[in-house]
Every structure is written in structure tokens, then in C-alpha cells.
Design a protein around this ligand. Sequence first.
Ligand SMILES: NC(=O)c1ccc[n+]([C@@H]2O[C@H](COP(=O)([O-])OP(=O)(O)OC[C@H]3O[C@@H](n4cnc5c(N)ncnc54)[C@H](OP(=O)(O)O)[C@@H]3O)[C@@H](O)[C@H]2O)c1
Length: 273
Amino acid sequence: MKVRLNNGVEIPIIGLGTFRSKDEEAYNAVLHALKVGYRHIDTAAIYQNEEEVGRAIKDSGVPREEIFVTTKIWNDQQGYMKTKRAFQKSLQRLGLDYVDLCLIHWPKSYEKTAETWRALEDLYYDGFTRAIGVSNFTFHHLEHLFETAEVIPQVNQVETHVRLQNIKLQDFCMQNEIYLEAYAPFMSHYVQELLDDETLQEIAKKYKKTVPQVALRYLVEREIIVLPKSITPSRIAENLKIFDFALSEEDFQTIRKLNRAQKRFPEPDNIDY
Ligand SMILES: NC(=O)c1ccc[n+]([C@@H]2O[C@H](COP(=O)([O-])OP(=O)(O)OC[C@H]3O[C@@H](n4cnc5c(N)ncnc54)[C@H](OP(=O)(O)O)[C@@H]3O)[C@@H](O)[C@H]2O)c1
């Protein structure tokens, strides 16, 4: 299933996350994901696996134009020229001549972010990336970006899961035609908490599905693009099987009430990296 971004580019609503997937693990995960039907891979310069991701894409035999590839500009590469250079290095490591989406990984000062955005706009105009976006941006970062941006971001990738549902941020983004992408849809290293949630377990049983599948289905029904990460072949396949059932209104509302505003990653205004 795909959704259409504000510039007309289509993006599969589920993509494989690759944070903390290293070396051959990353290569094997991407290769397996493409084999079982994923057509969207999320990486970043800081994940240090762009070479493996690119190699797996090439070795998969899936035509390049069928795969949606995202990378991100790391914090110490912000600024106009630095971003343009960092982007070209990402392309080289990936072994690609364009990516589908490039994001600013975290917001920095408004001035720095505006400069970085201008570089992404130029890379977009020049055809090096089919879409551009941001990550870890909250309301004020977006509002400031709008003051200088020529291109409105196509997506905002933020931590989103059943315990941190970002209802208001999604409303704000949708009003501005920005799609929300959910990173850490399983609460990342707190995945066990999600798996142990009795409400989700009960709902999952009803649909003969697993807790991770229900957690992803809920986000997809809200039209949020999800990026589950796994290096385990069976889980990679499991996480894709979310399009053959739909949550009842009652179950949807039950999950809606699990929202606790529980953030597992740092607040973007408090990062020290
Ligand atoms: N923009 C940003 O700042 C940012 C930050 C964080 C993440 N991200 C992106 O979002 C992606 C997802 O986030 P994340 O990697 O932090 O965490 P996540 O996807 O929420 O959770 C990953 C964890 O869940 C486990 N898992 C996956 N499928 C499972 C299943 N079906 N059953 C049980 N366990 C399962 C994985 O184990 P195994 O791998 O061992 O199977 C891993 O331990 C990242 O990989 C990255 O691409 C972006």
C-alpha cells in the first residue's frame, strides 16, 4: 500500500528500519525484506550501514525504481555546503545516483536548519532526491522552517507508537500536507513492554495476529508511514502482514486510549549530539 506525498511522489506506507543494523546483519535484513515484498528502506549516514543497504538493493535484483530509499543528514553535517557534500557521500556509499527521500535527522538552531534546508531544496531541484523532509521536528521547528522554506517538507519522521501517538502533531502536519512517519513503532529497545501489553495481546488474539502487527496496523489506519526495524527474517516477514485485516472501531478506540505521551528518545531541544 502506498500514499501520495504533497509533491505527487508515492511512498510505500511500510518501510524497513535499519537503525542499529550493522554490517552483514543490515545487508541480510535488507535482502530478505526485498525478497518478501518490502519496497521501502530507511537508513541514515549515522547508521553506518549505507554501503550494506546499497549492496543488498543491488544484489536483490529488484529494479531500482521499484524501491523507495531514504537517508538522512547527520547533525554535524548541517549547513549549506556541508550538507551538499554529506549527501553526495551518502549517495556514493549507497551506490545510487539518487535517493527517494532525504531528511534532516534532527533540528539544530533555526538559522542552521534553514541553511541545511536550502541545500536539500537544491538537491531536490537538481533531481538527486525525489522528496525532502525532516525528522524529530516539533511544532516550533516546523513553524520556523516555513518562514524561509520554498519547498514544504514532504514528511516528518518522529518517534510514534501506541504509547506516544502524536495526535496533535499529526493534525498539524496533515494541515500542512506533511505525512508523519513513525520511527520506533515498537518502542525500539523497550519492545518487550509493547509485547507484554495485555490490551494489545487481547486484541491481537481476536484477529489471530501478533502484538507487533496490531501496533503497526493501528498506525497505518491513521495514515502514518511505519518503519519497523528487524534483523530477524521471520519478524521481517511478520511485520509486513498487516494488510489482510482491519481493526474494528471499538478496538481502534481502545488502542487510541493507550496513548501516554511516553517518549523513549530525547526531546529534540535537549540533544547533546
Ligand atoms: N529519525 C530518527 O531519529 C530515528 C530514530 C530511531 C529510529 N529511526 C528509524 O526507525 C526505525 C525503527 O525504529 P527502531 O529501530 O528504533 O525500533 P523499533 O522498530 O520500534 O523496534 C525494533 C526492535 O523490535 C524488535 N522487533 C521487530 N519486529 C518484531 C516482532 N515482530 N516481534 C518481536 N520483536 C520485534 C527488533 O528485534 P530484531 O531486530 O532483533 O528482530 C528490535 O529489537 C529505525 O530502524 C530507523 O530506521 C529513526
